[in-house]
Unconditional design. Sequence first.
Length: 192
Amino acid sequence: KKKLQELINRIANLKIFDPACGSGNFLIIAYKELRRLEMKILSAIDSLSSQKSFTFSEIKLTQFYGIELDDFAHEVAILSLWLAEHQMNLEFYKAFGRTSPALPLQDGGNIVHGNATRLNWEEVCPKNERNEIYVLGNPPYKGFSQQEASQKEDIKSILGQASKLDYISCWFIKGSEYIENTKISLAFVTTN
């Protein structure tokens, strides 16, 4: 029971960061799966106890971070996280007969509207030694001939010179700088 509670405490303190979040798909899936894992753990704790626990979900939208350039997609990501929270609260209610109220809507995650190649990722998703952070996502990949002039400038601003690297290289470079000398994990969907 103690180890299960420690696991809940651990997942309640994770940070999930998608620096190319679009409308939030990766963040939504991560949120829902962590909530489902939490429900399984709570059920296991209850099965080990003579009386049922009376806890609510400890996973909060504030654990989820994203950066999105497109204003509409940015707003959709925030709304989608709220909807995911509502859906998971309904699942929690079905399983345990109680849930935390989601209204009034307050924290919709830490979704920043901006250019991920130009922002300081540590300002978006602050880190310290105690944080367990997972960086993930599907950044845009465009070969040199498919890049807009602004994207070529983004690469140049990161490398300090022009380059024919694929646009996604910006996320790998910034990601490697963000995770350097930490235990942070990073994985992106990408081409060869």
